[in-house]
Structure formats: C-alpha cells, structure tokens
Write a protein that binds this ligand. Structure first.
Ligand code: FAD
Length: 388
C-alpha cells in the first residue's frame, strides 16, 4: 500500500494508528469485509461486528469522554479511525451518521440526559442513529425546509417528509431538523429534535439508489416528541447546523476511499505488468500525486480542528478536492481492466472481487454527500476569495 502517513502525529498517535491498522487487517475483519462485498443485491451493511469490536476498545469514538464510551482523546485520533476504516474498505456510513454527525451534535449541543441516554450505545456500535435533514424540496439550502413542528402541551408534533436518508431501517433514533417558527427570516425558526425511529408515526419507505445502500423517504406523521427531545435551543437549529456540519467536513473519508481505489489500481497495474508501460506509469503517478495533495489538505483540516481553529473555507476546499479525485481513479481502474470492471462480486471472475463495479455505482454520490461540489466551490469563491 502506498498510503502516506499523516504528518504531525505524536509518538502515541502513531502507535494508535499502527494498532488500529493491524486490528483492521486481522482475519475476522477481513472476513467480514469479504462477506459484505459478496452480499446479494439490495442487501446492505448495518450493525457490523467490526464496529462492536472497535467499540469495546473505545476506538469507534476515541475523542468522546470515557464515560460515554470513548477514550478522551482528540480530533486527530477520531480522524485516524475514519481514515483507517475507509482505507480498509469497511463501510463507513453508520460511523459517519452515528458518531461523526449525531454523536457530535449531542456532545456539543445535547443535554447531559441526552448524552447519557444515547452516546454510550453509539460508541459501543450497538445502536444506529441517523440524520433527517434533507427534504424533497430542499437539500443544500436547509433554510427552505418545511417539516413542521407545532406545539403540543410541553412537547411538539412533527409532520413532514425527509428524503435521501440512509440507514433508518436499522436505526433507533434520528436527528431531525424541523421548522418551529415561520417568520420573515428563513434561517430563524429551525429546531433540532431527537426522534424515535421505531414509532407507528414514522413511516420508512425505500427510494431506489444506484449504490448498495438504499435511500429512504421518512415520513413523520404527527409524531409526538417531548421537551427532552429538543437538541440545543428552540429556533436555534440553523446556527447549530452551520457551525457543526463543517466539523464533519475534513475530506479525510473521501481521501481514504480514493486512496484505497488507487492502491488497488496500482496493484493491478503491477500484477499485469502494465506499470512498466511509461504511459500507464505516468497516469498512475499523476493520480498518486493528487491523492497525496488530498491527504495533505485533509490532514491540515484535522489539525486545525484539533487546535480549535476549524476553517470552513479550507474544509470546503478539501471536501471538494478529495471527492472530485475519486472519479479519475475509477476511470483509470476501468481502463486497466476494461469490461471486466463491470463485473460484480456476484458474477465471478470480477477484478478485486467486484470492487470496481460497486465503487462505480457509488462514485457519483461522493460529489453530493456532505455538501455538493458546487456548494463547496460556492463557499470557497464567496467566503474564501470574496468573489460573490
Ligand atoms: C450518499 C448520500 C447519502 C445521504 N445521506 C443523507 C442522510 O442520511 N440524511 C439526509 O438528510 N440527507 C442525506 N443525503 C442528502 C444530501 O445531504 C443532499 O443530497 C445534499 O445536501 C444536496 O441536496 P439535494 O440533493 O436536495 O440537491 P440540491 O440542493 O437541490 O442541489 C441540486 C444541484 O444544484 C446545485 N446547487 C445547489 N445550490 C447551489 C449553489 N448555491 N450554487 C451552485 N450550485 C448549487 C447542487 O450542487 C446540485 O448539483 C445524502 C446524499 C447522498 C448522495
């Protein structure tokens, strides 16, 4: 593997990375990864054994306090987990949703009772929390959301539909953005709620997707939640979304996925002797340089986060750069093996056990998830370069 080592790690962090990598290379984990690759169509990963085993060691959410199932470490160790999971080919959706988004919102804005109730289960990998932000009529611009929460005694009743949700069919609880006050300023009046997913007032319908992981339309049909389910202050959800979602965006996960694919392509070029062709070698070297650049940009954001000075503009740049570097690697993989890369794990004889076929179907999603490429460039152009 040509993966570069993150710069600026302490000796302890370097040991943590090595132990993590050794653990993820272990026979049990590799068997589970191979089983997932061979899943029948429309079957997707949910409660993974590897998550529970990481959770037992406090490694699933190492930056969380020990009393919530973490190790009390920092953003660097959290990023090492994300990077090593993606490099090892372990599905990271549940980790992103449960730990990086819902867990992080609860740690920063939740009450002690909310934290005690949910965080230890999430850190142990035994429960799944999901995200209900996007709606059929709004995604990038969440200020346009229309899911309504109206007062009902000391609690609220939620009505509306959320789309492109993932994993709620396996989830226990979701973080949902709803409008509590309609006013002249769209950004004001959004509130975040914890909603139970196993309620008769929650309907989860599959929405077709090219990837193995399905999307859901989640309809909240007069769902009652109590005052204890409000995350942060009523009407203050927009500020939380703006402040906290950028913390999710270091680009490290997208870099890990691109790097893994490029390592596989270099492995195939080496095995087939194509690497000796100067034209192939040059193309792969160019892709390798771009991956190193994505790696450097992503780790710059991780260290900025660890030092308490996150930079939303450079984070946007990093997410854009790392996610856009994936499709050229997919194209190189397809060129190397031609039509064989269209074979799935189920066809038999597929190169890299169907890795290329599966990655090609998920490829387009990388430039949409966690903020689209256009919106990332809009942030860089507007807030970074002052052009808009
Ligand atoms: C794999 C995957 C998993 C997801 N999981 C979840 C989930 O679990 N929960 C959840 O709530 N959502 C989830 N989403 C939804 C995701 O957050 C949205 O797709 C994303 O925010 C974009 O919103 P949209 O799809 O409504 O597109 P829109 O916002 O409608 O954008 C449509 C197009 O317009 C462009 N555009 C929008 N605004 C601008 C602008 N200002 N300047 C230039 N161009 C612009 C966009 O780049 C895009 O190309 C997921 C998406 C993907 C791909």
């Amino acid at each position: 593997m040509t993966t570069s080592t993150p710069v600026g790690l302490t000796a302890e962090q370097e040991t943590f990375r090595r132990e993590l990598r050794d653990f993820l290379a272990g026979a049990d984990v590799r068997r589970e990864v191979a089983e997932i690759a061979a899943y029948p169509p429309r079957h997707e990963a949910s409660h993974l054994a590897v998550y529970r085993r990481l959770g037992e060691r406090g490694w699933l959410a190492p930056s969380w306090p020990e009393r919530f199932g973490g190790l009390g470490l920092g953003a660097v160790e959290a990023a090492l987990v994300t990077e090593e999971l993606t490099l090892a080919g372990i599905p990271d959706d549940v980790h992103v949703l449960s730990i990086d988004i819902v867990g992080m919102f609860l740690l920063r804005a939740g009450t002690e009772a909310q934290q005690q109730r949910h965080l230890p289960h999430l850190a142990r990998g035994e429960r799944i929390a999901t995200v209900l932000f996007t709606e059929p009529g709004c995604g990038s611009d969440l200020s346009a959301l229309s899911t309504a929460a109206r007062r009902d005694g000391d609690g609220w009743r939620l009505r509306g539909g959320k789309i492109y949700n993932q994993k709620s069919q396996f989830g226990d609880v979701a973080l949902c953005a709803a409008r509590t006050t309609a006013g002249p300023v769209a950004l004001h009046g959004i509130t975040l709620f914890l909603v139970p997913l196993r309620s008769p007032a929650v309907h989860i319908e599959p929405v077709p997707s090219m990837g193995n992981d399905r999307f859901n339309l989640v309809v909240l049909d007069d769902l009652r939640v109590g005052p204890e389910d409000v995350v942060g202050q009523v009407d203050d959800g927009w500020r939380l979304l703006n402040d906290l979602l950028q913390l999710e965006r270091t680009g490290i996960d997208f870099h890990g996925k691109g790097r893994r694919l490029l390592d596989a392509a270099i492995g195939r070029a080496t095995a087939t002797g194509r690497i000796d062709d100067p034209s192939w070698a040059g193309d792969l070297a160019e892709l390798d340089a771009a991956q190193h650049a994505a790696h450097a940009l992503a780790w710059e954001q991780v260290h900025a986060l660890a030092d308490g000075r996150p930079d939303p503009v450079r984070s946007a740049m990093s997410k854009w750069f790392a996610s856009e570097r994936i499709s050229p690697v997919l194209a190189a993989g397809a060129d190397l093996d031609g039509l064989a890369t269209a074979l799935s794990a189920w066809d038999g004889g597929a190169p890299d056990d169907g890795l290329w076929e599966a990655a090609t179907r998920t490829g387009p999603a990388h430039r949409l998830a966690s903020g689209t490429s256009e919106v990332m460039l809009y942030l860089v152009a507007g807030n970074g370069l002052g052009l808009l």
